[in-house]
Structure formats: C-alpha cells, structure tokens
Design a protein around this ligand. Sequence first.
Ligand code: NDP
Length: 329
Amino acid sequence: MARIFHDEDAPLTALENKRVAVVGYGNQGRAWALNLRDSGVDVVVGTVADASRRAAEEDSFEAHEVAAAVRDADVVCLLIPDEVMGEAVAANIGSALKPGAAVVFASGYAVAFDEVSLPEGVDVVLVAPRMIGVGVRDCYVDGSGFIAFAGVERDVTGSAWPIALAVARAIGATKRGSVEMTFRQEAIIDLFVEQGIAPALQKVWRDAAMVLLEAGIPLEAILAEFYLSGEIERTYRAMREIGPTRQWQLHSQTSQYGTMSRADRYADVDLASNMRSTVAEIDSGAFAKEWAAERAAGYPRMTELRNADGRDQLMDFEDDVRTKFEARD
Ligand code: NDP
C-alpha cells in the first residue's frame, strides 16, 4: 500500500525561516504562490519580465528575474512548462541554486526522462497536484483541499521529505491526502491517462455517436446525452463522493440491469495490449524522446494532427450546439 500523507504528517515548521521562490506565474505558479503566502510562508516570485511579472506584482508579490529569485531561496518551486524545464535550468536556474536548497517539481516528467540536470548539492522533490491551477487555489480557499502525488528523488540534506510535505501542506495538498510516488511513477500515470485512456474513450464516444446516428437519433440529442446535460459529470462526482459501486443506487433498476447484463459483450475487447505498449513507451523514455524531437522540429506532426482533425469547424459546431442548450431567462 502506498503511504498517504495528511496535514498531521506535514508540519509547516519545515518552512520556518525559509524563503520559497515560485518560478513561473502561470496556472500552477499563481495558485501555489497565493496558497503558500496565505499559509504564512515567505514567498518570492521569479519570472521573465513580462505579463507574468506584472500579474505577480498586481497580486502584491515581490517579483524578480528568475535567477535573482532563485539565488536567495531555500526552496525553489519550478512551475514552468515541462518542455522548457531543461533549457531554463541550464540557462540560469541551476547555477543560481544555493547548495542545500530544495527544488520542487509539480510534475515528474523532466526528472524522470532526464531532461533536466540539477547541481549535485540540492534536494529534488515532487509535489504534483491532481488538480488544475485554479482548482488548487479554489480548493485551498474553500478549505476542501485536493489530492497530490509527493516524492523525493534526491535527499542531500536529510530534510527533503519534511520540506516536500510542508510545501504540500502549505498549498493545500495534504488536507485530502498526498500519495507517495516516484517521479517516474507520476510521469507514467499522468501520461497514461492522456495516451492510454483518453484515446480509448474518444473511440468509444465516436463509435457510439455513429451507431446512434445510424439509428436515427438527432446529433443534438446525442451530444446532450453524452456530455452537454452534465449527467455523466454528476455520475463521476457521485463516484468520488460515495464510491463507484454505491453510486449504482442512484440509477434505475433498468439501468443497473442493462449495464450489468451487457458487460460481457465487451469483456473480450483487448484494450490491455495497446495499453501495455503505451506504458512501455512512456516508461522507456521513447515518448519523451519523440516529443523532444517533435518540438525541436517545430511541431510538424502536431500541426498535421490538429489540422487533420478539422478542429476549427468542430469548435464552431460545438459552440453552436452548446448555445442551443443555454438556459433561457
Ligand atoms: P503554465 O504554462 O500555466 O505557466 C508557465 C509559467 O512559466 C508562465 O508564467 C510562463 O511565463 C513561465 N515560463 C515559461 N517559460 C519560461 C522560461 N523559460 N523561464 C521562466 N519562466 C517561464 O504552466 P503550468 O502551471 O500549467 O505548469 C507548470 C508545472 O505544473 C508543470 O510542471 C506542469 O506539468 C505542472 N502541473 C500542471 C497542471 C495544470 O493543470 N496546468 C496540473 C499539475 C501539474 P510567460 O507567461 O511569461 O511565458
């Protein structure tokens, strides 16, 4: 069983008299900086001098160039896009780090796939929220908290765990619980949801829409049923609140019988072999290499995939259907 850390396992004293630099003031950066400050932590923000810097200053943070913020910090939270992590650390972060500082990542990617090289004398820890940035802030403010994955890759000082847990607590990630994970495990699960589950679901929804259209059901009704009504969202919420098994009670007997009695029809569909290949590709670093090469080449495949999807027309169509279902006063 994985260890799960809660507030009582994560004293904030590990951050007493320490200065925390939040590098990057985007989705996660802003939420982390605000939560850390509201938890009584001394925060400085490091950004390139642009809109992010102005946003941090408007929120009354002391904001500096990245290297200047890092130089004075005991704890450095790298909240910049994973794809620029290696470059940014090599350019000005790595050399500015104090010996004995702790570097905190919100994602395992850059470390797991060797895209970043950090000086030897620093701790390397993971605090990876399972929550988008605005949610990190909202769940801190309303007191509900959120789940995160936490881990230690390198413990030079002997205090890497207390620091990781204190940061997790200060941003609100030990209220519901932070699960112990390695950087590689976090990267695998994170990428797997995107590469192993999302495309499979996409195929299910596409095939289902096609079959229902063939049966003469109007497209608007299909989209309402699939997601616009919010019914499935409610079912997911119920899974979280009362558990996947107990939420069955919220559905009619007909629904329960229909689902259970037809489940076997899909039992032999082999999803696992594709999923295993996906995990192997992620775990070996092959996907990370492919993605690095794609970026270096200026995103040719990404552009092709986006265009092939006919994304613009699809978005116009979706906007049109959504508008039709807006509540009228
Ligand atoms: P964003 O894209 O929202 O924010 C990036 C920030 O980094 C911006 O302030 C940007 O500045 C700045 N930045 C970009 N390039 C550089 C650079 N070379 N040097 C310094 N600053 C730079 O990122 P996210 O908040 O989405 O992601 C941050 C981390 O959090 C990642 O590791 C991600 O995997 C992780 N994470 C993200 C989640 C999410 O929901 N978004 C969920 C959980 C983890 P500017 O705007 O000026 O370019």
